[in-house]
Design a protein around this ligand. Structure first.
Ligand code: MRU
Length: 331
C-alpha cells in the first residue's frame, strides 16, 4: 500500500510504500498518516497486508492477531482505529474460505462509506450555519484525515459551495502544524479563503474578526458528549463561548464511544518532548527543562452546541440524545 507522507506537506508530495503491518503501525505512530478516520483505514489495510503475509502459514491467526494488537496500540486516543480493526477482526473470526478477498473488500468498503458519510456530515453541518459566517477550525479534520472531504472541513466545503462562508481561520496547531501545513493547504487548493494564525492569536481573532463558529473534528466522543480532539480545542471552545460563537463538532458516528461514560475515561496520548523542543527547527527551550506534550484534550460537553454525525445532529443533553445509537468499538 502507498501512503502520502503528511509530515512533508505542503513542501513535498511524497508517497511511501508499505509492505507489512508493522510498517503500517510505524507510519501511524510516526504521523505519516494521521487524523482519526484515516489511521483506522490505514490500519485496516495493514490487516490485509498481515493476512497476505501470514495467511497460508501454520499458526497464521496468532500472527495476524498480534499485528492487529500492534496496529491498535499505535495511537491510543482515536477510537476509530479500534473500530476499523474490530471490523477486520470480526471477519477473521468468520473463518470463511475467501478471507483474503473479504478483508480487502471490508477495507475498501470503509473508504467508500466514509467518503459518502463525509458529504452527509457536510450537508448536515452546513445547514446549521448562516450566510456570511466566519469559521475557526483547528488541526486538520479534512480530506487528509478521512477518505473523502473531511469532517469539519466537509462542513466548510459544503458551506463554501453554498456561499455561506466568508472566511476560515486556523491556528498553526503546534507542534505538528496540522493547521498551517495541512488545513491551509487543503482549503487553498479548493479556493476557500483561509487565514493562518499563531495558536495564541485565537482569542484576539475571535473578537476582532467576528468569528461566529468554531467547527472541529473529534478523535473520540464519550457517551455524555465530552469530546477528545487535538490539544487546544478545549481552549478554543472556552474562547468561543465567551465571545458568543457556536461550537460544532463533526464526526462519523463511529467516533462516539458509548463504552466511555465521560471524557475522563478517554486515554490522552502523550508524545515525545522532542516534538516541542524542536518545533519549527528552533531550539525553543533548554533540553534539561521538563516538557509536557499531551496531544489531545477534552472539551466538556457543556461547551458544545452541536455534534454532527451521519446519523443525525445531536444537542445537549448528549447522553439522552445518544441513547440507542450503536457506536463505539464494535458497531
Ligand atoms: O494528531 P492528529 O493529527 O492525528 O490529530 C487529528 C485531530 O485531532 C483531528 O481533529 C481528528 O482526528 C479528527 S479528523 C477527521
Amino acid at each position: 500500500m502507498y501512503l502520502l507522507d503528511q509530515r512533508r506537506l505542503p513542501a513535498a508530495e511524497t508517497w511511501l510504500r508499505l509492505d507489512s503491518a508493522p510498517e503500517v503501525a510505524e507510519a501511524i505512530r510516526n504521523m505519516v498518516v494521521r487524523g482519526a478516520p484515516a489511521i483506522g483505514f490505514a490500519a485496516a489495510f495493514g490487516v490485509v497486508l498481515s493476512f497476505q503475509q501470514h495467511g497460508s502459514a501454520a499458526g497464521w491467526r496468532n500472527r495476524v492477531d498480534s499485528d492487529i494488537e500492534m496496529l491498535a496500540a499505535a495511537r491510543p486516543t482515536a477510537v476509530n482505529l479500534a473500530w476499523s480493526l474490530a471490523r477486520m477482526a470480526k471477519l477473521l473470526s468468520a473463518e470463511s474460505g475467501k478471507l483474503a478477498v473479504s478483508l480487502l473488500d471490508e477495507a475498501q468498503d470503509q473508504l467508500v462509506t466514509d467518503r459518502e458519510q463525509n458529504l452527509q456530515l457536510g450537508q448536515a453541518g452546513a445547514a446549521l450555519i448562516e450566510k456570511g459566517s466566519k469559521v475557526m477550525t483547528h488541526c486538520n479534520a479534512g480530506a487528509l484525515a478521512t477518505a473523502g472531504y473531511g469532517t469539519a472541513l466537509a462542513v466548510v466545503r459544503v458551506g463554501h459551495w453554498q456561499k455561506k462562508i466568508e472566511q476560515v481561520f486556523v491556528g498553526e496547531t503546534r507542534p505538528w502544524f496540522q493547521g498551517s501545513r495541512l488545513t491551509a493547504w487543503e482549503l487553498a487548493k479548493d479556493g476557500i479563503p483561509v487565514t493562518v494564525l499563531a495558536d495564541s492569536a485565537a482569542a484576539q481573532a475571535m473578537r476582532e474578526a467576528g468569528i461566529n463558529w468554531l467547527i472541529v473534528g473529534a478523535d473520540r466522543i464519550a457517551a455524555n458528549g465530552d469530546v477528545a480532539n487535538k490539544i487546544g480545542t478545549y481552549a478554543l471552545a472556552v474562547v468561543a463561548r465567551y465571545h458568543g460563537a457556536k461550537v460544532m463538532v463533526v464526526a462519523p458516528h463511529a467516533t462516539v464511544d458509548m463504552t466511555v461514560s465521560d471524557g475522563s475515561g478517554i486515554p490522552i496520548e502523550e508524545r515525545s518532548a522532542d516534538e516541542i523542543l524542536a518545533a519549527a527547527g528552533i531550539e525553543s527551550c533548554l533540553p534539561e527543562i521538563t516538557v509536557a506534550n499531551p496531544v489531545f484534550d477534552i472539551t466538556p460537553a457543556a461547551l458544545i452546541d452541536f455534534i454532527v454525525t451521519e446519523k443525525g445532529v445531536f444537542q445537549a443533553p448528549f447522553d439522552k440524545a445518544f441513547k440507542g445509537l450503536k457506536t463505539g468499538k464494535t458497531a
